[in-house]
Design a protein around this ligand. Structure first.
Ligand SMILES: [Zn+2]
Length: 348
C-alpha cells in the first residue's frame, strides 16, 4: 500500500496488500488457519484444504496451548489469521509459539488486531501480553470485508474518532504539567485522521471500497504510531477510560467501536470540546451509538464517570475544570491498549 507524500506517518506500518483471500490461500503452501466462521465457510470450498483449521475461541491461554499441542505435528509452513479479532489474535499466538511466518486476513474493519503485533491472551480472568509478532503481510480483501455486516465495519471509526477527545485530554494534561510529554507529530497525525474521517463519512456509511480502504489504512498508521511513540495518548483518553469503567461496572459487552463512538460524543460534551463535530461524524457515518440503542442508562453513564474521578485515574478535562487532568498509563507495545484488550475480549 503506497502512501501519498503528504500523509502524516509515524513509525513503520505493517506491509499491507490488496488481494483476494482465495488467491492468497491458493499460493501459500501448507497452511494452518485460525478462523471465525462466518466467513470461513464462504470460501473454504474454493481454497486448498488447510493442514489444520483452528476455530477461534475466547483466547484463554490454556485453550491456546491446547491448540498448539494439537497442531504441533501438522506440518504447517505458515499460519494464517482469517476473521475478526479473536481469529487474528489466535493466529498470532500459534505463529509465535511455533516460530512460523504469519499472514493476516482481516474480514471486518471493526477491530485492528491485524495491524498490531502484541499477542494478548486471557489468563486467570485478566488480559496478559505474552509476546509480539509482525506478520509477513496483511491481506486486504475489500469484497470480502464488504460482505460483513455494515454495522460492524462502520464501528471501525470509534478508534479514530477517539483522537477528538484523546487529543483534548492530552493537551490539558500537558498544560497542567502531568503525564506524557506532548508530541507535535503525534498530535498532527491525530488531527489529520480526524479531518480525513470527516471527509469520508459517506464512504464509511455506505461501506464503499474507499471507506474500507481508508479504515484499514488508519489502523495501520495508528498501530505504527503507537509502536514508535510507546504510548497511544493521541487516540486514547477519557472516552476509553470511561468505557473500561462502564464495562467493568456493568459487565456489559458492546461492539467496541460503537461504545467508543458513544463515549466520544458524551465526553466531548463534558470537555466542552466541539461535541457537534463528534455527533456529526457518528450520525453521518451511521454508527449505532445512541445510548438508547446501546442500552446505556444515564445512571450508568454518570456512575462510570464518577467512578473514574474517584479512582483518580483519569478525568475528562474542560476549560472550566483545569485541575481535573487525565493521568492515563502509558503503553509500550505496538498496539493501542484499547485495541489490544478489545481484540481479545470482543469476539470478532
Ligand atoms: Zn479502542
Amino acid at each position: 500500500m503506497n502512501e501519498p507524500d503528504d500523509t502524516p506517518m509515524l513509525g513503520e506500518p505493517f506491509e499491507c496488500v490488496e488481494r483476494s483471500a482465495v488467491e492468497t490461500l491458493r499460493e501459500l503452501g501448507r497452511y494452518l488457519i485460525a478462523v471465525n466462521d462466518p466467513p470461513w465457510s464462504s470460501i473454504a470450498d474454493r481454497v486448498p484444504a488447510p493442514v489444520t483449521v483452528v476455530p477461534s475461541h475466547d483466547m484463554e491461554l490454556a485453550k491456546l496451548d491446547l491448540d498448539v499441542e494439537h497442531t504441533a505435528d501438522d506440518g504447517a509452513e505458515v499460519v494464517v489469521g482469517f476473521g475478526g479479532g479473536t481469529a487474528l489474535d489466535t493466529a498470532k499466538y500459534l505463529a509465535w509459539k511455533r516460530g512460523l511466518p504469519l499472514v493476516q486476513i482481516p474480514t471486518i474493519t471493526s477491530v485492528d488486531a491485524g495491524f498490531t503485533d502484541a499477542i494478548g491472551v486471557r489468563s486467570e480472568g485478566r488480559v496478559r501480553y505474552v509476546g509480539t509478532i509482525v506478520p509477513e503481510e496483511v491481506v486486504l480483501d475489500i469484497d470480502l470485508i464488504r460482505s460483513a455486516p455494515a454495522r460492524l465495519n462502520r464501528a471501525g471509526i470509534g478508534d479514530v474518532l477517539s483522537c477528538h477527545t484523546g487529543l483534548h485530554d492530552w493537551r490539558a494534561a500537558v498544560d497542567a504539567g502531568e503525564g506524557i510529554a506532548w508530541d507535535d507529530a503525534a498530535a498532527e497525525l491525530g488531527a489529520s485522521l480526524l479531518a480525513e474521517l470527516h471527509s469520508v463519512i459517506v464512504d464509511i456509511r455506505e461501506c464503499t471500497p474507499e471507506g474500507i480502504r481508508w479504515l484499514a489504512d488508519c489502523y495501520r498508521r495508528i498501530g505504527a504510531a503507537c509502536a514508535a511513540l510507546g504510548h497511544s495518548r493521541f487516540e486514547e483518553g477519557s472516552e476509553h477510560f470511561w468505557a473500561y469503567a462502564y464495562e467493568h461496572a456493568t459487565g456489559a459487552h458492546h461492539v467496541h467501536g460503537e461504545l467508543i463512538s458513544f463515549a466520544v460524543v458524551a465526553l466531548a460534551h463534558v470537555q466542552d470540546n466541539d461535541p457537534e463535530f463528534a455527533h456529526l461524524v457518528v450520525s453521518g457515518a451511521g454508527v449505532r451509538a445512541h445510548p438508547d440503542d446501546l442500552g446505556i442508562t444515564r445512571e450508568q453513564f454518570v456512575g462510570a464517570l464518577v467512578g473514574l474521578r474517584a479512582s483518580n485515574r483519569v478525568w475528562p478535562t474542560s476549560p472550566t475544570s483545569p485541575s481535573m487532568t487525565p493521568t492515563p498509563r502509558s503503553t509500550s507495545r505496538r498496539a493501542c491498549r484499547c485495541a489490544r484488550e478489545h481484540s481479545v475480549i470482543n469476539v470478532s
